[in-house]
Ligand binder design. Structure first.
Ligand code: G6P
Ligand code: MG
Length: 219
């Protein structure tokens, strides 16, 4: 296994699709916008949007249509999607934390493993707040301060720095292709959850985090 013999001291979580199922809300909000624009969009295309910033996601969607939009119009469309998304995440409660995640967090804290969130979502803090998890992490990356989104390793390196753990002693958990590439490029151990094809480049592939010992056994 990569990083064999390493003592892992930090776990860096992606948010959407790892801690809670907001990946589904991102999909539904994009689908609503794409339908309004009469542009074909499905779950398969959506897999490529996971972990990708709002404007980059819009660009991917627009490739399937023949309309040309100005930068101003693109910002308007991205804001519109974000309005749909913000409406959806209003109803999030702690019950929306995915199975096993709370147990895993508690176990990691007991073992004094540092934990961070690395999401490029500008809505990450609202989602964490609604989940009741805002104070549960040692560090939450501020997406506004990240210049290069996933698959660039910047966000994971920023998280490692935030928890003061060397990248090689960190494990990153992701549900997106771009995210797994970012973790691998950061020199961390990558754990992929969700669609196995999407996370095929991960060092370890799990269906989900419902069994905390899948992660605890790596430490
Ligand atoms: C995460 C999600 C993406 C989303 C991005 C930006 O990476 O996986 O689907 O596009 O965040 O989210 P935002 O809430 O800022 O639009
Ligand atoms: Mg994700």
């Amino acid at each position: 296994m990569k990083n064999k013999g390493i003592k892992y001291k930090g776990i860096i979580f992606d948010l959407d699709g790892v801690i809670t199922d907001t990946a589904e809300y991102h999909y539904l909000a994009w689908k609503k916008l794409a339908d309004e624009l009469n542009i074909y969009f499905d779950r398969k295309i959506n897999e490529n949007l996971k972990g990708v910033s709002r404007l980059e996601s819009l660009e991917i969607i627009l490739k399937n249509g023949d309309k040309v939009f100005s930068d101003e119009e693109k910002h308007y469309l991205a804001d519109k999607k974000n309005d749909y998304y913000k409406e959806m995440i209003k109803k999030i409660t702690p019950q929306d934390i995915l199975p096993g995640v709370c147990d895993l967090i508690n176990n990691l804290k007991e073992r004094e493993i540092k934990i961070a969130v690395a999401s490029v979502s500008k809505n990450a803090k609202t989602v964490l707040d609604n989940l009741g998890l805002l104070d549960s992490f040692d560090y939450i990356v501020d997406a506004e301060k990240i210049k290069n989104g996933k698959p660039d390793p910047e966000i994971f390196l920023n998280a490692a720095d935030g928890i003061k753990v060397e990248p090689c002693c960190c494990i990153g958990i992701e549900d997106s292709k771009a995210g797994i590439e970012a973790i691998n490029r950061a020199g961390m151990l990558s754990v992929g959850v969700g669609n196995p094809e999407t996370v095929e480049e991960a060092d370890i592939i799990l269906k989900d985090l419902s069994n905390p010992s899948d992660i605890l056994n790596l430490i």
